[in-house]
Design a protein. Structure first.
Length: 357
């Protein structure tokens, strides 16, 4: 059974606020599930055993996306001996897979320990042990996105240009709406009309509210959206921000401002500050995670486009970095395409097995 979101107990409904000033289109259920006092995990498409084929199909496509990397690593285990040459080849394969130096060294040391412990003598057995090592390294990244501890749960979504922010928000919105969560979107990407329209299209498709303003200040739009989300008893407010590079200092300052005004609009918010990372970005993905985390204090990641030329090892690099700094930024979802069902929850063991099939 796979759940998309974890539902925390709903707190008592907050006192109604003043009406929001921003323009909003409304077409939502009268009463949200949180208001109705439901306290269940919010499921998505793959929930019952009937949904297994969907998840299995998705996993096969994930494995297909990672096939090149997996083949490169599997090649190391086709010989007859477990020797230094094997470990050296594995080191190169992991580095080529974007795992980075630290995760690569960590995995090699861990693998050697496992090989010794298991008294393995065949290279093919070492491959199984490597899958165990990768799964264990990635496990801390596995966490469910929690909805419902606050009303609304405010989620701020950030990332570089074209990473897949708006699409991922659209997919999440659909899953939330299908689970009777009352969602409000904030079009905090105010620079481009196309960006607002793209989010509005997702809002329309899913019949959820959107707060949008032509050419407005992104922080002001977000403030209005959170205020509206509170007064309308929404379960979730999701703010879509414009893509930016972490080196664009003024734009990073703008993100910090958005974060600050969200906190002003609702105490304790934002509850989630997500970074959407394009899986094809390779080692640069870790640099993005570090920079956005330093600026905003990330609470989670969505890794998209693992269906392209992505190598997948970057998740190991992110896990290792979390380990080293003693604070892990979890991966809530991974995406392998543009369709709704292409975004799924991240599970370490599945990912390791898809990589090393
Ligand atoms: N192949 C593939 N394409 C994806 C995935 N996720 C998103 N895309 C595509 O990537 C492109 C950019 O997605 P957007 O959601 O617009 O990206 P964004 O981060 O909002 O972009 P900006 O707002 O311009 O910064 C679109 O064509 C999406 O359909 C994925 O997992 N796999
Ligand atoms: Mg966008």
């Amino acid at each position: 059974m796979f759940s998309f979101f974890k539902k925390k107990p709903a707190p008592p409904a907050p006192a109604p606020d003043a009406p929001a000033t921003a323009q909003a289109a409304t077409a939502t259920p009268e009463r949200s599930a949180a208001q109705a006092g439901q306290n269940t995990e919010v499921p998505v498409a793959p929930t019952s055993t009937a949904a297994w084929p969907t998840r299995q199909g998705w996993l096969s496509r994930l494995a297909e996306g990672l096939r090149k990397t997996g083949a490169g690593i599997s090649q190391v285990f086709t010989g007859t001996r477990i020797d230094d040459a094997l470990y050296e080849e594995l080191e190169s394969a992991l580095l080529l897979a974007d795992a980075g130096m630290s995760a690569t060294q960590f995995l090699l040391a861990d693998l050697k320990r496992r090989v010794k412990e298991a008294k393995a003598t065949e290279p093919v057995a070492v491959k199984g042990l490597l899958a165990d090592a990768v799964a264990e390294l990635l496990r801390p990244l596995e966490r469910s996105l929690s909805i419902g501890a606050a009303s609304p749960t405010v989620i701020m979504v950030t990332g570089v240009n074209g990473a897949g922010k708006t699409t991922s928000i659209g997919k999440l919105t659909r899953h939330l709406a299908e689970s009777d969560r009352k969602v409000l979107l904030a079009a905090a990407d105010t620079f481009r009309a196309a960006a607002r329209e793209q989010l509005a299209a997702w809002a329309g498709r899913n019949q959820v509210e959107i707060v949008s303003q032509e050419g407005g200040d992104p922080a002001a739009v977000t403030f209005d959206a959170v205020t509206a989300g509170r007064s309308r008893h929404c379960d979730v407010v999701i703010a879509d921000t414009a893509g930016r590079l972490p080196t664009q200092v003024h734009l990073m300052e703008e993100l910090k401002k958005i974060r600050r005004v969200i906190a002003k609009a609702q105490e304790g918010a934002p509850h989630e500050v997500l970074l959407v990372v394009d899986g094809n970005t390779g080692q640069n993905a870790l640099a993005q995670v570090k920079a956005f985390d330093a600026a905003l204090g990330l609470t989670g990641l969505i890794v998209t486009k693992l269906d392209g030329t992505a190598k997948g090892g970057v998740l190991a690099a992110i896990a290792r970095w979390g380990d080293e700094q003693g604070r892990v930024v979890p991966v809530y979802f991974i995406g392998i395409g543009e369709k709704l069902e292409d975004l799924q929850t991240f599970h370490a063991r599945e990912f390791a097995e898809a990589l090393l099939r």
